[in-house]
Design a protein. Structure first.
Length: 321
């Protein structure tokens, strides 16, 4: 069983602390067998203060990190500004216990811990949008992407904020065991299996004028038309807007251009078909609107780093197991 160890540090935010056990602890195989074991530890095995008006007790000390397949670090309040740009000795010693092959995940501003430990050097990462500029100034050796909900850089993963921690944990369940299991976890937790767009939806930026119209209906309609080309002019016509107005409104509401959103949705459709059907790759490409297997291969490789055949081998087998 895959072991997830959650490291609770003094000042931990209680909601984020509970995300891993809620998501990973809900994941079961088709026979009802748990797929993850989730344990919580502190640096010394003692009680941990929280950002709220209560403390918590945990059953393990830092030695639990030696047994981790995945480590999750929730955010915590520390120092006058709540951020950490250096590692205290006890935290550095704890991180040194991690197995070389362990995945390590930060939620929200816990990315500062990974950055201070050098685990993000030369990597792409994210953090909460309010701290992204400070994070980049503090750690210029990291490629900071403030527009996404999370970054999966293989062994090291970072989530942008509270809800993005849920998104990232669901992503890991999907990566480990396929969409069917991840979607069931999402349904049981009453959260969406994935969210469209990135942090741009939540950044507090003044708008030039109120968004009196919405692109939501056109997005719903487009999802039903993914099997065919969808020119920008046709999308704008469906929304009863000019192309310029549609693009502006779409960006405000979704956080990305219409073409990028369509490509992501096509990739999502293709991934689901590869995971849940035995359709030939050519037909999957057609159903998802990529037209050819070559185009599907290019987009899937660019998104998840593997070909359609390799993706199906990994996730179709696991989902059916």
């Amino acid at each position: 069983m895959h072991r997830v160890v959650v490291l609770a540090l003094d000042g931990v935010y209680p909601f984020e602390l509970s995300i891993p056990v809620r998501i990973f602890g809900t994941a079961e195989d088709p026979d009802g067998k748990p797929l993850y074991e989730v344990v919580t530890c502190s640096l010394d095995g003692g009680p941990v203060s929280t950002s709220a008006d209560f403390a918590i007790t945990v059953p393990h000390g830092a030695e639990a990190l030696r047994t981790a397949d995945t480590v999750v670090i929730p955010p915590f309040a520390c120092g006058p500004d709540g951020l950490l740009d250096w590692l205290p000795d006890d935290l550095a010693a704890a991180l040194a216990l991690l197995p070389a092959q362990a995945r390590i995940v930060s939620i929200c501003t816990a990315s500062y811990v990974l950055a201070a430990a050098g685990l993000l050097d030369g990597r792409r990462a994210t953090t909460h949008w309010t701290e992204a500029a400070h994070f980049q100034r503090t750690f210029p050796q990291i490629e900071v992407d403030a527009d996404v909900l999370f970054v999966d850089d293989g062994q090291v993963l970072t989530a942008a904020g509270v809800g993005a921690g849920v998104d990232l944990c669901l992503h890991l369940v999907r990566r480990d065991h396929g969409s069917e299991i991840a979607n069931r976890v999402a349904r049981l937790c009453v959260v969406p299996p994935w969210r469209e767009g990135g942090q741009a939806q939540y950044i507090d930026r003044p708008l030039p004028e109120p968004a009196t119209a919405s692109t939501a209906a056109t997005r719903v309609w487009a999802l039903e038309q993914l099997h065919r080309p969808l020119p920008l002019a046709e999308l704008a016509e469906h929304a009863r807007m000019s192309v310029r107005t549609f693009c502006r409104r779409f960006g405000e509401e979704v956080g990305m251009p219409p073409g990028q959103w369509l490509t992501q949705r096509r990739v999502d459709r293709a991934r689901r078909l590869l995971e849940t059907t035995d359709l030939p790759v050519d037909q999957v490409a057609a159903e998802a609107g990529f037209g050819t297997a070559v185009s599907l291969r290019q987009h899937l490789t660019g998104t998840v780093g593997v070909s359609p055949t390799a993706y199906r081998t990994a996730f179709r087998t696991r989902a059916a197991a």
